[in-house]
Design a protein around this ligand. Sequence first.
Ligand SMILES: [Zn+2]
Length: 284
Amino acid sequence: MRDFPDDATCLNWLWQTRYAHDGEHAYCPKCETERAFKRYDTSQQRQSWTCTTCGHHIHPTAGTIFHKSSTSLTLWFYAIYLMTSTRCGISAKQLEREIGVTYKTAWRMMNLIRNELMEDEPDMMDGEVEVDETYVGGKRKNAKGRYPAKSTPVFGMVQRGGKVHAQPVRDASAFTLQPIIMKKVMPESTIFTDGHGGYQYIDTRGGYTHQRINHSEGVYVSGNVHTQTIENFWSLVRRGISGVYHNVSAKHLQGYLSEYVFRYNHRDDGAAMFLTLLLRAARP
Ligand SMILES: [Zn+2]
């Protein structure tokens, strides 16, 4: 609120970040050269800047997630801030209350922020990598230790001390999981898993050192052999989805995962998380 107190400030930030670093000169696509631009006051809700030579208009929000929205830029910026300001995220219901828009609008805004701004494609992992699968969306494990069919399998991995990756998968077979591991983890890394059958070919086919911890025998940590880091991430996701988001359809699961992955991977950035998302929103 201090940095972006009103719509004019937000718009001006977009103008300077995307088009005119000095606030006055920008490339004019019609003149095909750099020109001086001026903002003339009009009755439009969002002002445009005009080329002083040819009259071409530039709208600073063109091509961004803000462009076709009637919600003010201040509220958009505030929504982005709120989604980065807590470890577990906020719900559309909370956003609705916080910024005074309808539930549907809040939900749409969050979806756009998640899918357009929060998707991270981290570098390949190496060193010590924990790999694990979980099930999201259905109820918790039943008495027999099985997950109900409705829940969606999710596969993830984390480099210890580094970043996390998570994605919904069709199933948790070796056939499905192995190619993802090979795409995301550098050869000669050490991979830690539990005893799940989907990990049986990691060492022979992937060129990795494979360390297993046998949960079915009640062992969870043996020296540095464990999958606690990725399991802590899963519990954050599961807690968030059951407590904040209630039911997540398979279709929207990737968006929610992107949101959790983004916050985890930028956890040490502090306030920079907000600026990272704003800069992504300003991408051409
Ligand atoms: Zn021009």
